[in-house]
Design a protein around this ligand. Structure first.
Ligand code: ADE
Length: 240
């Protein structure tokens, strides 16, 4: 088995096990930036499992033709079940997530909830998806990252992992910044500016230079509401 691990420590940390047919895809995104820092600080541990390694088929097959007419391959039960069973014999998992366009759409409240859990499995769908019996027996949550179809669930697994890990206390250098993200208060973020105060005739709004933090917070809230009304008015509906 050549499962590979992004990990530094073994203590009370978020552990994500990702089951995929394309393990190499995770090398870049998980070796950079925020996820890399979380792993280095020992806050998160990510284990990538190559589903093909678990296949007992002599040609290491992991897919087969869908029953019924029409083209398309389906991920077979055996290697996925064996990998999940092995993991489950080693520890308790809080959720087994399957990435699929017909899952529930990932939204900020779901990411918030997942960030409070400890052990997660993410199964990346491929081809026409995994045999339905895997979903029935093991999967506890099916997530889509949007109403479009990707080549596979790997990018979705990365998006889900990123949205969760950045929320764990200690991952972002300024802990409050995750709380002021777009969506955390049901609003989009207000515009932000940095130095210089004037560039090519374009000025930073005067209020940001006034030195009165309370006034600036009020302005930010007004701008967030304005932006949300303009771009995502449905977020302001009461029954959302
Ligand atoms: N697999 C393919 N498309 C997907 C999507 N939009 N979300 C999650 N998994 C997927």
């Amino acid at each position: 088995m050549n499962d590979f691990v992004f990990s530094q420590s073994k203590q009370n940390i978020m552990r994500i096990d990702i089951l995929t047919l394309f393990p190499e895809m995770f090398n870049g995104p998980f070796s950079e930036s925020m996820i890399k820092r979380a792993v280095e600080k020992g806050i998160a541990e990510i284990h990538i499992h190559n589903i093909r390694d678990y296949s007992t088929n002599k040609h290491k097959r992991v897919d087969d033709y869908a029953y019924g007419p029409g083209a398309g391959m389906v991920m077979t039960i055996q290697p996925v079940a064996d990998c999940i069973n092995k993991l489950m014999s080693e520890r308790r998992y809080d959720a087994v997530i399957y990435t699929t366009p017909d899952g529930e759409r990932l939204e900020q409240p779901r990411a918030n909830h997942l960030s409070t859990l400890n052990n997660l499995i993410i199964l990346c769908g491929h081809y026409k998806g995994v045999d339905e019996r895997i979903r029935e027996k093991y999967v506890t949550m099916e997530l889509s990252i949007g109403d479009y179809v990707l080549t596979g669930g790997e990018l979705a697994a990365m998006v889900i992992s990123d949205s969760i890990i950045r929320l764990i206390p200690g991952v972002l250098s300024d802990e409050t910044s995750a709380l002021s993200d777009s969506f955390q208060n049901g609003l989009l973020s207000p515009p932000v500016y940095t130095r210089p105060a004037e560039y090519d005739g374009m000025k930073v709004p005067d209020i940001l230079l006034c030195g009165d933090d309370k006034k600036i917070e009020e302005w930010r809230l007004e701008e967030a509401i304005k932006r949300t009304k303009e771009r995502r008015p449905e977020l302001l509906d009461d029954d959302q």
